[in-house]
Write a protein that binds this ligand. Structure first.
Ligand code: NDP
Length: 434
C-alpha cells in the first residue's frame, strides 16, 4: 500500500474526499466569478447568491463550450507532443517502495521555453489572441472540472486492469483507491509518463501560460500594464521557471515519488493549479494597482529572494543525495544520519538524511520561503479584498499538512533513524517555533 494511503485514517480520507469533490468544483467557479464579474468582492458574490439562491448559482456556472474544449485539447496535445518529442537528458528517479527505478527524459525547460515562445508568437503575429482564453476562462475551468474527473476514473480503471509497474495495487477500498490512486508511475506505452504530464506539463505549465494571459489582457484592455501586474507576473514566472529548471529534482519529491496518481494529486494539478494558483493575477486584471517604482522593486526583490532560498533548499538536499553526502553544505562537510529502511519487496536499503544547512534549521524549512514567495506575488494586490490571499492561506494549510504527512511517512520508513533526526532537528517547519 502506498504510504500516502496510510497517512490519514479512512475517516479523514472520506471527509477530505467528500469535501474536495463537493466543495472544490463550486469553489473554483465562485472564485473565477468573483474575480472576473464581482470586482473581487466576496461580499458582492454572497449578496448575489443570497438574492438568487441555488438557481442563481447554477446560472453563473458556465457550461463547457466547444471553444473551451478546443483550447484545452489543443494545449494538452501540444504539451504531450513536446513531452514525447523534445530531446532531453535521460534521468533516473528515486528507487520506489517496490524497488523499481523509473526513467525520465528531462526536457521540461525546453518544453517551457517552446510553450511560452509559441504562445507569445501566436499573439504577436495575430494568429491566436490570449484574450480568447481569458474571455472563456469560466467555461475552460468548468470543462476542466468535468474532464479531469473522467480522467481520474480512467486512471482508476487503468490501475486495476493494466498497471504500468509493480508500484501499484488496491488497498481493498474503492473510495480510497480512487482518491489516493492505484499507480505510483502510470504510463501510456513505455515513455509517456502520466504524472509528469498532469503535474508538470499541464498543471505547472498552465500557471505560466495563464500568468502571461492575465498580463496581456490588462495590456489589451488599458494599453498599459501596471507595476503591480508586472511584479505579480514576473514573480510567478520566476517561480515556474525555477520549477522547470529543477523539474528532474521534482521527480524525487513526494508528489511523484510517494503520492500515487489519483484524484487528490491529478485533479489538483489539472484544475486547482490553473484556477487557484493563478488567482492573484486573475484579480489584478480588473484591479490596476499602481505601487510606485520603489515599492514594486522592493516586493520584487523580496519575492525573488524567497524563491531562490526555496530553490536552494531543494538543491541542497538533492545535491547531498546525488553525491552520497560528498559535497559541501554552506562551505562545510555536511552532517548526516545514515538511515536504513526495508522496501516492500523486503530488501534493506540505506538513505542519507542531511542534518545541516537548511535541513538543520527545521525538518521542512523549505516551506517557509515557499509561502513567503506566494505572499510577495500576492501583495501587489494590496489589501482591499481578501480573495487574492486565498492561495497563500490555502498553501500554508497544504504545506503544514504535508509536513505532517511527510514526517509520519518518514517515521514509519526510517523508524529510530527518523527519531534521531527529530532529536537533532526538533522543529518541523519554523525554526524555534514549530
Ligand atoms: P521534499 O522535496 O522535501 O521531499 C521530502 C522527502 O525528502 C522526504 O519524504 C524524504 O524522502 C526526503 N527527506 C526528508 N528529510 C530529508 C533530509 N533531512 N535529508 C535528505 N532527504 C530528506 O518535499 P516536497 O515534495 O514537499 O517539496 C518539494 C518542493 O515542492 C518544495 O520546494 C516545496 O516548497 C514545493 N511544493 C510546492 C507546493 C505548492 O503547491 N506550491 C506543494 C508541495 C511542495 P525519502 O523517502 O527519499 O527519504
Amino acid at each position: 500500500m502506498a504510504e500516502s494511503k496510510t497517512a490519514h485514517s479512512p475517516l479523514v480520507t472520506y471527509f477530505s474526499m467528500i469535501s474536495l469533490l463537493t466543495l472544490c468544483p463550486p469553489f473554483v467557479i465562485l472564485l473565477w466569478y468573483t474575480m472576473v464579474h464581482s470586482d473581487g468582492s466576496i461580499l458582492k458574490t454572497l449578496d448575489y447568491l443570497r438574492q438568487h439562491g441555488m438557481k442563481g448559482f447554477v446560472e453563473i456556472w458556465p457550461r463547457p463550450t466547444a471553444t473551451a474544449w478546443k483550447i484545452i485539447a489543443a494545449y494538452a496535445a501540444f504539451e504531450a507532443i513536446l513531452q514525447l518529442l523534445l530531446p532531453g537528458k535521460i534521468v533516473r528517479g528515486p528507487i520506489s517502495p517496490a524497488g523499481n527505478q523509473p526513467v525520465y527524459k528531462a526536457n521540461g525547460m525546453a518544453a517551457y521555453a517552446v510553450t511560452l515562445i509559441t504562445y507569445l508568437c501566436l499573439w504577436w503575429f495575430g494568429i491566436f489572441n490570449p484574450l480568447v482564453v481569458y474571455d472563456h476562462l469560466g467555461e475552460i475551468f468548468s470543462a476542466l472540472i468535468f474532464g479531469s474527473l473522467v480522467f481520474c476514473i480512467f486512471l482508476y480503471i487503468k490501475g486495476h486492469l493494466v498497471p504500468s509497474s509493480t508500484d501499484s495495487g488496491s488497498c481493498g477500498n474503492i473510495i480510497i483507491d480512487f482518491y489516493w490512486g492505484m499507480e505510483l508511475y502510470p504510463r501510456i506505452g513505455k515513455h509517456f509518463d502520466i504524472k509528469v504530464f498532469t503535474n508538470c506539463r499541464f498543471g505547472m505549465m498552465s500557471w505560466a501560460v495563464l500568468a502571461v494571459t492575465y498580463c496581456i489582457k490588462q495590456y489589451e484592455e488599458n494599453g498599459t500594464v501596471t507595476d503591480s501586474m508586472l511584479v505579480n507576473t514576473i514573480l510567478m514566472l520566476v517561480y515556474v521557471t525555477k520549477f522547470f529548471w529543477w523539474e528532474a529534482g521534482y521527480w524525487n519529491t513526494m508528489d511523484i515519488a510517494h503520492d500515487r496518481a489519483g484524484f487528490y494529486i491529478c485533479w489538483g494539478c489539472l484544475v486547482w493549479v490553473p484556477s487557484i494558483y493563478t488567482s492573484p493575477g486573475m484579480y489584478l486584471v480588473n484591479h490596476p494597482v499602481n505601487l510606485g517604482t520603489q515599492l514594486a522593486l522592493s516586493i520584487l526583490v523580496a519575492g525573488i529572494l524567497c524563491i531562490y532560498i526555496n530553490y536552494d533548499c531543494d538543491r541542497q538536499r538533492q545535491e547531498f543525495r546525488r553525491t552520497n553526502g560528498k559535497c559541501q553544505v554552506w562551505g562545510k562537510a555536511p552532517s548526516k544520519i545514515v538511515a536504513s529502511h526495508t522496501t516492500t519487496s523486503g530488501e534493506t536499503k540505506t538513505s542519507l538524511l542531511l542534518t545541516s544547512g537548511w535541513w538543520g534549521l527545521s525538518r521542512h524549512f523549505h516551506y517557509v520561503p515557499e509561502i513567503l514567495g506566494a505572499f510577495f506575488w500576492t501583495v501587489p494586490a494590496l489589501f482591499n479584498h481578501f480573495l487574492p490571499y486565498f492561495y497563500v492561506i490555502f498553501l500554508t494549510i497544504l504545506l503544514f499538512d504535508r509536513a505532517k504527512r511527510d514526517d509520519d511517512r518518514c517515521r514509519s520508513k526510517y523508524g529510530k533513524y527518523w527519531k534521531l533526526y527529530c532529536e537533532k532537528v526538533p522543529n518541523r517547519i519554523i525554526p524555534g517555533v514549530y
